[in-house]
Design a binder for this molecule. Structure first.
Ligand SMILES: Cc1cc2nc3c(=O)[nH]c(=O)nc-3n(C[C@H](O)[C@H](O)[C@H](O)COP(=O)(O)O)c2cc1C
Length: 217
């Protein structure tokens, strides 16, 4: 049974671009047939606690003896990693917050990037290698190649690093930029570009969902 893990992290429950796009992806996936299941994780409405100790970053066999890890944190980490491994495809809504990602999403990443379990350390461990993940990025301004703020994008490069490089996942980014154009008067001249960016992103998520549903069907 093909399974999608649908993750959101936007704090905007009314007009979020990333939520709209991940929901479109999930709807298209579900419309492929009754067997196409969706597991939902909303990191904003059900936030994870921060990792309670640095020891949780390591596989149990690599943790420092005598430094206990709370059992509930250990269990939550296992649950989150199993959830990720159990998914055929993952879609993540990742807005830009302060040139980076929401702390709720970062808290989740801190649980699942674990040397010795999800990344190779003392033995080859790469259970997520090749798993498709579609990261829907939304941001108020623009940060693409050639733009003045290109080098202060701390949203897409770290996500590529952890999901793509460290975990070995097959990452596709969908970019919705200039989302603040209709809200910020000084950005009024970007409204058309913003709308056309969004329309492109809407098509992209639908195409990607169809493509992956067909692949795993
Ligand atoms: C806490 C916060 C911080 C933000 N920081 C930035 C920023 O650094 N750069 C930027 O371009 N937009 C920033 N924005 C705007 C969001 O990236 C933009 O509204 C985006 O569409 C949010 O994603 P969403 O529509 O899925 O909620 C910020 C918004 C919030 C709420």
């Amino acid at each position: 049974m093909p399974q999608l893990l649908h993750v959101d992290s936007s704090a905007d429950l009314h007009s979020s671009t990333s939520r709209e796009l991940t929901a479109r992806f999930a709807a298209e996936w579900s419309s492929s047939g009754a067997e196409y299941s969706v597991v939902r994780r909303d990191l904003h409405t059900s936030p994870l606690p921060h990792i309670p100790t640095n020891e949780l970053h390591w596989a149990p066999r690599l943790r420092t003896p005598g430094r206990p890890v709370p059992v509930e944190a250990d269990a939550l980490q296992r649950e989150l990693i199993e959830e990720l491994i159990g998914a055929d495809v993952v879609v993540i809504g990742a807005p830009m917050y302060n040139w980076s990602i929401p702390s709720t999403l970062k808290a989740g990443i801190d649980y699942i990037h674990v040397p010795g379990i999800t990344t190779t350390f003392d033995a080859v461990t790469e259970p997520l290698a090749g798993k498709p993940v579609i990261v829907v990025t939304s941001r108020g301004d623009q940060y693409g190649p050639g733009t003045p703020d290109e080098l202060i994008d701390h949203q897409i490069p770290p996500l590529q690093q952890v999901l793509g490089v460290a975990l070995g996942m097959d990452v596709t980014f969908v970019r919705a930029e200039l989302t603040l154009a209709s809200r910020v008067p000084a950005m009024a001249s970007w409204v058309d570009t913003s709308q056309s960016n969004k329309a492109t992103a809407q098509h992209e998520v639908v195409d990607l969902a169809r493509q992956f549903a067909k692949h795993f069907g």
